[in-house]
Write a protein that binds this ligand. Structure first.
Ligand code: ZN
Ligand code: ZN
Length: 437
């Protein structure tokens, strides 16, 4: 197969809101590299929020800080017209960066459990912050070419579901009520590739913390103990049957035990074992069914092991299904195709198993929302892969994906595409006249 990784065409129509963007790109790249080198964990985005607030003020936006923790909201009122909400998330992950980039992170931080952990922008939220600050700069500089109000949201803690914290902090009443919520996520697809779909775009995600109780003892005398390690092992294996045996073939769900801790030494049977489980689902009924099955298996395996005490099952985070409004998604698809070029914007064939809390804003405000993914991967990694294959088979395992220590979007032209996509989508509502150009 030939090289088909799409590039941003140099001949794309440049809308009025894009005027001067090319000159802004070097500063935007420097900002991106700075954010990447200084990642912050969820709800600890003080530096990032400070940078966003300072730049927004410099650009002429009305700024409110400390919304829902570290959240920043910029408002630019520019006459009668629709209110458009643009959202970027700011947090990074406890991952040790292995990209080898000159601006790679060497940062560590203290996590909520008090552990010192490495921190990396392994999900690309630094790209989202830089792109939104590029878009806000463009909107401020091209005020004569559009009408309405833009609410720029820099949200904390997407990885742990931070959007509800902003809502609970009075977001809906404190800021102009949006008519449309727009957001985007950088992905391991080739740079230039944009994908979205009407209806359910991303899965619901539920995380559980589980403590299993056994009875500790000497490793040489297991008959005097109840071994929580064996109990945990049985649970981990049995949980694999939930999706295989209890979810219909046409439905989608994922059950992952991402963390399993027990014991300190090979000849001591510990008292407890701790598991952390993540569940993805794409419909409420499958979600209910899988959650029920997971709990049933944990309790039944503990009973089968003769556990002296029932397991503790504590819900951690819960993300709803991300649902794209049908009409608004069609409009955004058309706008992005016009701005980025035909053949760059694709309708994803099915709901992604990744999750997002972006939908919280549209749900809380009771207005439509649209979310899309844009590629950031080096096209060289896709030399032998046709984009059509991505739609059918998903991302190849040869390209480091989000949350990988090797995840490394190429800043150029990903930043330009991300800014262009935000502005093109927003312009559908803010309506610059075509003959304004
Ligand atoms: Zn993530
Ligand atoms: Zn993310």
């Amino acid at each position: 197969m030939t090289t088909t990784a799409p590039r941003l065409p140099s001949t794309r129509p440049v809308g009025p809101l894009l005027a001067g963007l090319t000159d802004r790109l070097p500063a935007l790249r420097a900002l991106y590299e700075d954010l990447h080198a200084h990642p912050e964990l969820s709800f600890q985005e003080f530096r990032t929020a400070g940078i966003a607030a300072a730049l927004l003020r410099e650009q002429g936006w009305e700024v409110t800080e400390g919304v829902g923790g570290t959240g920043v909201v910029g408002v630019l009122a520019n006459g009668e017209g629709p209110v458009v909400l643009l959202r970027a998330d700011m947090d990074a992950l406890p991952v040790r960066e292995e990209t080898g980039l000159p601006y790679a992170s060497t940062t560590t931080a203290t996590d909520p459990d008090g552990n010192e952990v490495p921190v990396m922008h392994a999900c690309g939220h630094d790209m989202h912050v830089a792109c939104l600050l590029g878009a806000t700069a463009q909107l401020a500089a091209t005020r004569a070419r559009w009408r309405g109000t833009v609410v720029a949201v820099f949200q904390p803690a997407e990885e742990v579901g931070g959007a509800p914290a902003m809502i609970e902090d009075g977001f809906a009443d404190r800021f102009p009520r949006a008519d449309i919520c727009l957001g985007q996520h950088v992905a391991a697809a080739p740079v230039g590739f944009v994908g979205t779909r009407p209806g359910p775009l991303m899965a619901a995600s539920d995380s559980l913390k589980v403590r299993l109780f056994g009875r500790g003892g000497h490793g040489s005398m297991p008959e005097t103990a109840v071994d929580p390690v064996v109990m945990a092992a049985a649970i981990v294996m049995r949980l694999q049957t939930v999706v295989a045996r209890e979810v219909a073939a046409a439905q989608t769900a994922v059950v992952t035990v991402g963390s399993l801790h027990a014991g300190t030494k090979e000849n001591i049977i510990p008292d407890t074992a701790d598991l952390r489980i993540n569940i993805r689902s794409t419909t409420p009924s499958v979600r209910e069914r899988v959650l029920r099955a997971v709990e049933r298996i944990i309790r039944a395996e503990a009973a089968a092991s003769g556990a002296p005490k029932d397991p503790e099952i504590v819900p951690l985070t819960s993300f709803p299904v991300t649902v794209n409004d049908h009409d608004a998604t069609r409009a955004v698809h058309t706008a992005l195709s016009a701005a980025l070029g035909e053949g760059h914007v694709f309708t994803l064939p099915s709901t992604l198993t990744g999750s997002e809390d972006f939908g919280t804003f549209g749900t809380a405000l009771d207005v439509p929302s649209v979310f899309w993914h844009f590629g950031g991967a080096d096209p060289a990694l896709y030399r032998d892969i046709d984009p059509a294959d991505l739609l059918e088979n998903g991302l190849p395992d040869t390209v480091p994906a989000n949350h990988s220590p090797h995840f490394a979007p190429v800043p150029d032209p990903t930043l330009e595409i991300g800014v262009t996509a935000l502005l093109a989508a927003a312009a559908h509502w803010l309506g610059p006249e075509a003959d304004d150009e």
